[in-house]
Design a protein around this ligand. Structure first.
Ligand code: ADP
Ligand code: MG
Length: 328
C-alpha cells in the first residue's frame, strides 16, 4: 500500500522521537532543537549504507534499519561516547508501507536499548540508501581517540572477528568452498552480519583507561593500521592469540577463517590499546561491558601492521582472498 511522504514520516518516524530531556524540539519543524548538557562535548558521526554496496539487494528491511543505526553507534562507541540522538536521511525507490514499517522497527529496537531519539531527517526518492547522523556526549578530555597509542602498549579486540564477513558471503549466496551445509553455524554467521552489536558499554568502560581505540568496520588489519598511523606507531598482531569462532571454523575451515578474521569487514567490534602498566585495571572495567575482549598484539616503534605466527611474520597479501571483499 502506498502512502504519502508526510503520512509516512508521521506514522513511522515521529513515534521514534522518544522523550529525552535534551530534545527540546524533535520531528516536525524545519530543524530540531537540541540541548547539549552543560559541561559535555558533542560527539557526531555519520555513515551511509547503500543497497548493493553495504548490504545485499533484497536484505530484510528490519536488518537494514538496525544496521544503519548500529554502524553509527559503533563509531560513537569507539569514541567512548554516551549515545543521545540521531537523524535519518532515507532515499527510497518507492514508498512501500510494510518496508518502511519494518525498517523503522529495526532502528527503534536498537535505539531503545540506548534511549536514543530520532530527531529529524529527510525523505527522498531514488535508489535505496540510508544516511544516519548520530550524536552522543562525552566529558572534555575523556573521548577515546585513534591517536593515543604508544610503543609498549598492549593491543586488544572485542568479540569474535570474521563472522560478519562470512555471514555476508552466505547472504549473497557465495557458498563455494563451504564445509558441509553450514547448518546452525551458518545461521549464526548470517545473524552476525544482519544484526551487529555496537559495543557502546565497552567504549564507555574504556574511558580514561584505553590509550587509543577504533571500531573494526573494514577488517582488523586495515583498522589496526589506521590506529597505528594515527598514533605514529607500528602494531604487531600474533595469530596464536586470535581465537577463531567455532561457527566460523565449522563453515570455512581454519585457514579461510583466519583470513576472514584478519581482513573481513562489518565486525563492528572495538580494537583498543592499553598501557601495559594498567592491565590489572581492565577486568573490573569489563564487568559491565558484557562482551569478551582478547589481547592480540602489541604496539611498537615504527609504522604499519605486521601479523606474526610464533614471532614470524606471515604474508597477509590481500590478493589471496579478494573474493571475500567483492562488495567493497
Ligand atoms: P523540509 O522540507 O523543511 O526539509 P521535510 O518535509 O523534509 O521538511 O521534513 C519535515 C519534518 O520531518 C522535519 O522535521 C524533518 O526533520 C522530519 N523528517 C523528514 N524525513 C524524515 C525521516 N526520514 N526521519 C525522521 N524525520 C524526518
Ligand atoms: Mg527536508
Amino acid at each position: 500500500m502506498a502512502i504519502g511522504e508526510f503520512e509516512l514520516i508521521d506514522r513511522y518516524f515521529r513515534p521514534l522521537v522518544g522523550s529525552r530531556r535534551e530534545v527540546v524540539l524533535g520531528i516536525g519543524d524545519d530543524a530540531a532543537l537540541l540541548a547539549v548538557p552543560s559541561g559535555m562535548q558533542l560527539v557526531a558521526a555519520l555513515d551511509t549504507l547503500v543497497e548493493g554496496k553495504h548490504f545485499p539487494v533484497g536484505s530484510p528491511a528490519h536488518s537494514i534499519g538496525h544496521r544503519a543505526l548500529a554502524v553509527n553507534l559503533s563509531d560513537l562507541a569507539a569514541m567512548g561516547a554516551e549515545p543521545a540522538w540521531y537523524l535519518l536521511a532515507l532515499t527510497l525507490p518507492a514508498i512501500e508501507d510494510s518496508f518502511v514499517a519494518e525498517l523503522a522497527r529495526g532502528m527503534q529496537e536498537l535505539a531503545a536499548r540506548f534511549d536514543m531519539s530520532l530527531v529529524g531527517g529527510d525523505t527522498t526518492a531514488g535508489p535505496l540508501s540510508l544516511s544516519v547522523q548520530a550524536s552522543g556526549f562525552v566529558r572534555p578530555g575523556e573521548a577515546l581517540l585513534r591517536s593515543g597509542a604508544s610503543p609498549g602498549d598492549l593491543l586488544f579486540v572485542s568479540g569474535s572477528l570474521g563472522e560478519a564477513a562470512a555471514g555476508l558471503q552466505l547472504e549473497m549466496g557465495n557458498v563455494g568452498g563451504l564445509i558441509g551445509d553450514g547448518g546452525s553455524s551458518a545461521a549464526l554467521l548470517r545473524q552476525r552480519f544482519l544484526y551487529p552489536t555496537p559495543r557502546v558499554a565497552l567504549g564507555k568502560a574504556l574511558r580514561g583507561l584505553a590509550s587509543a581505540c577504533i571500531d573494526v568496520s573494514d577488517g582488523l588489519v586495515a583498522d589496526a593500521g589506521k590506529l597505528a598511523a594515527s598514533s605514529g606507531c607500528a602494531i604487531r598482531i600474533e595469530t596464536q592469540q586470535l581465537s577463531i569462532s567455532a561457527a566460523l571454523e565449522a563453515v570455512l575451515g581454519t585457514e579461510r577463517a583466519l583470513q576472514l578474521l584478519l581482513s573481513g569487514g562489518d565486525d563492528y567490534e572495538l580494537c583498543f590499546t592499553l598501557p601495559a602498566a594498567r592491565l590489572a585495571e581492565l577486568p573490573t572495567r569489563l564487568l559491565g561491558a558484557n562482551c569478551p575482549v582478547a589481547c592480540i598484539g602489541v604496539v611498537e616503534n615504527g609504522s604499519g601492521v605486521t601479523v606474526c605466527t610464533r614471532g614470524k611474520p606471515v604474508d597477509i597479501a590481500r590478493s589471496g582472498f579478494d573474493h571475500f571483499r567483492s562488495q567493497g
